[in-house]
Design a protein around this ligand. Sequence first.
Ligand code: P5A
Length: 437
Amino acid sequence: MRLSRAFLPTLKETPAEAQIASHRLMLRAGMIRQTSAGIYAWLPLGLRVLRRIEQIVREEQDRAGAQEMLMPTIQPAELWRESGRYDDYGKEMLRIRDRHDREMLYGPTNEEMVTDIFKAYARSYRDLPRILYHIQWKFRDEVRPRFGVMRGREFLMKDAYSFDLDREGAIRSYRAMMLAYMRTFQRMGLKAVPMAAETGPIGGDLSHEFIILAETGESAVFYDAGFETLDWEHTDYDYEDPQDLARFAGLLTSMYAATDEKHDPAAWEKVPPERRREGRGIEVGHIFYFGTKYSAAMGFTVAGPDGRPVTPEMGSYGIGVSRLVGAIIEANHDEAGIKWPDPVAPWPAAILNLKPGEAACDALCERLYAALGGEVVYDDRDERAGVKFADADLMGFPWQAIVGPRGAARGRVELKRRATGERQEVSLEDAVAKIRG
Ligand code: P5A
C-alpha cells in the first residue's frame, strides 16, 4: 500500500473527547471515526486489525470443534417473548417496528435465535453435542457509551452456543471454550486471566469473565503468576478427551484470580508471596453455563437414548472482538503511538523513503516493496522525515524499514523494531527475511 494513494488519515492533535489511550490512538491513527454516540465507522487501518483479530478467534473456535454460521442482526420480538427477556432487557434493547408494524429489535445477543434455529433440526440425542458460533454486530443502547470501541453501542462479538444432552456434557463444552479462549488471547500476545463472575441478564449459575492484563484497565485484579507464564497454545490438551479438559480446568481453577469486587484476602494469603501479582485488566470475554433456561422456555427437547424427551443443556460464550482492538492497544502503546503485536498488526512493516525523488532511495524502496509483495505500507509521500517517523510510530507497524540517501547508496536499510526501539543496519535481503518473520 503506497501511502501517497492510501486512505490512512492520521491526526496530529489529540482529540478532546478521548479519555483513554486506546481511544485517543485509534482516532489519531485513523482507525475509526465516530458516526453517532458509541457507533463507529472502521477505516482501512482499523478494519485490517479487526479482521486479523476476528480470524484468530475463528481459527481457535474451529479448532475447539465449534461451527461457524451467521445469524442476522435484526430479530423478531416474539422470540424474546418466548424466553421472557423482551421485557426484562429494558432500555438497552434497540426496538424497531417494520412497515407492517411488526415489533423487531437489533440483537444484543443471540441465545433465543440460535435455540430456535437449532431446535428446528435437532431431533435426537445423536444430534448432540454441538457448538455453533457466529461473529456478528450487536447493539446495546448503553447509557454511557465511552472509551471508543471499548464500550460502544454497536460492537462486534463472537458468540458461541453449546447444546449438550446433560450437565456433564455441558461442563465439558464449557471447559473446551475456556481452553479455546486461553489459546485465542495468548495468540494475540495478551495475558488473560479467567475469573468467576456474575451472570447478569444472560442467566445461569456458572460464569467466567476473561480479563486481559493492561496497566490502564478498568478493574483491579489479583492473580497467581502462573497466568503470566503458562503456555496454553502449545500444550497437547485434547478437546475430544473429557479427562484432558478436566485436567486443564483443574489447573486454571487451582490458581488464584479475582477482581477487587471478589477479592478474598484469606485465600490470597495462601498464595506464595513470590507468585502474587496485582494489576489492572479489561474484560474481553465472558462465558456462561445456564442449563435449560432457554431450551425449557422455548420448548426444545430431543429424544434421549431411551426414547424419552430430554431438554438440552446450554451455555453461551462471548468474545468482544471490536473491544479487543482497544484492549490490545491499552496493553501495547507508548507516548508516540501503538506497538502492534505481530499476529494482529495491520501490516508487518512500513518502508520509509526519507528522500523521494532521489534515485538510489526510490530504487531501493521499490525493490524492497516488490520483494515484500506490496504487503507493507510504503511511505512514498513528499513529506519531511520527521512526519514519516511520527506517522509510522503512531500507526504502530512492528517494523520500520528506513531508507535514506546514505544507506541507499550502499544498498543498506535501517530496520527499527517498534516494540523495543532497537535499530540495526541490514541488507535488503535481511530486511525482507526479518519482516517476513
Ligand atoms: C455470551 C455470548 C453475552 O452477551 N451472550 C452471547 C453472552 N455476554 S456479554 O458478557 O454480555 O458480552 C460478551 C462480550 O462482549 C463484549 N461487550 C462489549 N464490547 C464493546 N462494547 C460493549 N458495549 C460491549 N458489551 C459487551 C465484552 O468483551 C463481553 O465480554
